[in-house]
Design a protein around this ligand. Structure first.
Ligand code: T3D
Length: 257
């Protein structure tokens, strides 16, 4: 199985599991990943999603042997049916998504990680916009998300040079959230995911909507949207519980509704 999942303490861990080919994506793996994200979205027990990988590499992007096969898939089909639906799911799913990156993330593998809400990486991890090395353009949302994370100048240079960015440099340039020692990546990722899963996750869904909209918004539209989303957040049980718990000086028990 190219994608493994397990569910514990409100978190679905989706594990990229083709370590023998550096977790590169073929069609089967891309479609299984989409299905896993759909399952995570549908299941009310799941309140946070953690994406990690088996082996020494997080993901080497597209499986290049599949892309080059005679009578194989067209590039257009690979992007339209494999990567675009993954990126749209990651951005639109109403639950926090954490990427736990413990090795190289290259090509679509890097951009899938960067499309997650929070990226936590180990000191061994790195990020490569590998596309230019083989004459392709940065897909999987790369040209949209990367300039917004690190700025236009850095994004352009990273895309053209395909320079490997270490996890600590990625933190410095605002590409990812945190870099932790190798032996603590798993525990740090799981405890972050479990912590988020116990928080007001309905509010996270609304926060994600606001952040997504901010990518293409002006200030007036964004303020109006915040007004609308805050109205919705203020009607949740979690808001009632949060305020009640604060006033009673106790720990809140959020349900994600
Ligand atoms: O139509 C479309 O394709 C559109 C979609 C595009 C999306 C994309 O992601 S395009 C970009 C595809 N990815 C790459 O170009 C990355 C290629 N790989 C690398 O640059 C390096 O392998 C890594 C930086 C990821 C890791 O380097 P390293 O030194 O740790 O490992 P290695 O020695 O390069 O690779 C080990 C083996 O994995 C090697 O095979 P071998 O010699 O042991 O038989 C290598 O060929 C294989 N491998 C690595 N990446 C891929 C791969 N095989 C298939 N597909 C790969 N992406």
């Amino acid at each position: 199985m190219s994608i493994k999942t397990n569910i514990e303490n409100g978190v679905m861990n989706i594990i990229l599991s083709r370590p023998e080919v550096l977790n590169s994506f073929n069609r089967e793996m891309a479609l299984s990943f989409q299905r896993a994200l759909d399952d995570a979205e549908r299941n009310p027990e799941i309140r946070a999603i953690l994406i990690s990988a088996q082996g020494r590499v997080f993901c080497a992007g597209q499986d290049l042997s599949e892309a080059i096969e005679d009578n194989g898939l067209e590039h257009k089909q690979i992007v339209a049916e494999h990567y675009n639906p993954i990126i749209l799911r990651l951005r639109n799913i109403g639950k926090p998504v954490i990427a736990s990156v413990g090795g190289v993330a290259a090509g679509a593998g890097a951009n899938i990680a960067l499309a997650c809400d929070i990226v936590i990486a180990s000191e061994k991890a790195s990020f490569i916009q590998a596309f230019s090395q083989i004459g392709l353009i940065p897909d999987s949302g790369g040209t949209f998300i990367l300039p917004r994370l690190v700025g236009f100048a850095r994004a352009t240079a990273l895309m053209m040079t395909a320079e490997k960015v270490s996890a600590s440099d990625a933190v410095q340039m605002g590409m990812i959230w945190k870099c932790v020692p190798d032996d603590t990546l798993e525990s740090a990722s799981v405890s972050l995911a479990e912590k988020l899963a116990k928080m007001p996750t309905r509010g996270f869904a609304l926060t994600k909507k606001c952040l997504n909209k901010s990518m293409n918004s002006n200030l007036t539209d964004q303020l109006n949207y915040e007004e609308e989303m805050q109205d919705e957040a203020g009607k949740t049980g979690d808001y009632q519980e949060g305020v009640q718990a604060f006033l009673e000086k106790r720990k809140p028990n959020f349900k994600g509704s």
